[in-house]
Ligand binder design. Sequence first.
Ligand SMILES: Cc1cc2nc3c(=O)[nH]c(=O)nc-3n(C[C@H](O)[C@H](O)[C@H](O)COP(=O)(O)OP(=O)(O)OC[C@H]3O[C@@H](n4cnc5c(N)ncnc54)[C@H](O)[C@@H]3O)c2cc1C
Length: 323
Amino acid sequence: MKNILTFVEIKEGSILKNSLEAISAGKKIGDKVIATILENNEKMIEELINRGADEVLVLKSEKLGKVNLDIYVEALENVLKDREFTAFILGGTLVGKELASRLASRLEVGCVTDAIGLKLDENKNIIWTCSAYGGTLFSDMMMDNSKLQIGTIRSGAFKKLEEEERKGEVVSLELELGEKGIKTRIVDVVKEISETVDLESAEVIIAGGRGMGNADNFKLIEQLADLLGGVVGATRPAIEAGWISKNHQVGQSGKIVGPKLYIACGISGAVQHVSGMVGSDYIVAINKDEDAPIFDVANVGIVGNVMEALPIMINEIKQKKEN
Ligand SMILES: Cc1cc2nc3c(=O)[nH]c(=O)nc-3n(C[C@H](O)[C@H](O)[C@H](O)COP(=O)(O)OP(=O)(O)OC[C@H]3O[C@@H](n4cnc5c(N)ncnc54)[C@H](O)[C@@H]3O)c2cc1C
């Protein structure tokens, strides 16, 4: 019986999409998926079950109030030692990656980051697939299957399951957390402007590259993103040119995204960029070069000048919204 534990990350009162994707990843290899949540919130528990969790494990401790990874590590270590799990899967967010590596080190077990595939081989060993060399190769990895396996998954690589009414168990676990491993005390949480760029959970991303030409033209990207309720993404050259901040970077050294719609404007489609957005459901690319590699991954390609195409799109959408 393979019991898979998944971590539920909450931001601003909602479950992150990555955590729902972790449940569907767990379903691929487990007999039972147990989602662990650090907040006793009925609506969220129901959503987790309706999105595939067979059990929701609610961790309770007065110390679990604010986001403090030292405390989370303590709590999760307790859970992972208390019950037997085959694997622990987390979304590949900054929080997920930090928890995964710290827990793997404490428990002396293996850890894979940024998995894009999960399956069982004929001997029921778990195979974690990751991409290497900027997405040009896939590597299949196996860990010691006599021990717990920990892994984070790439955003968008596993689609969250459609919500449907399901039944599941809810188990509460009261934790006695000591002060031993707690080195950080959260005094206050201050929201920075940069934090509002939530590329990893965005459903619509409009991204601009060097082909946008300059900072003024780049504002068209922001306009279209506003109109579509989306978020602005960018390639590294657009960031290096100072048109937008680094928080917007999509790709190998930026964020890995998986929105429903990704519109790439003036982006060539270098492997370091594509590896970060190829998990998008629907990709539209605008590029004046018909041979640009971005068209290889696009569902719809517009060969043309962004400075002509974008104002037309913006006007059309504005008109549609007004009618
Ligand atoms: C280790 C490493 C890590 C990297 N990490 C990242 C990363 O995380 N993210 C990332 O994005 N890059 C990353 N890069 C850089 C990457 O290799 C590419 O250089 C970059 O993605 C190219 O960005 P671009 O498409 O904006 O620019 P370009 O490759 O210069 O492409 C611009 C495109 O715009 C088109 N164009 C020009 N004018 C117009 C116009 N008026 N209308 C329509 N189209 C037009 C051109 O035809 C061209 O295809 C990394 C590189 C390295 C070495």
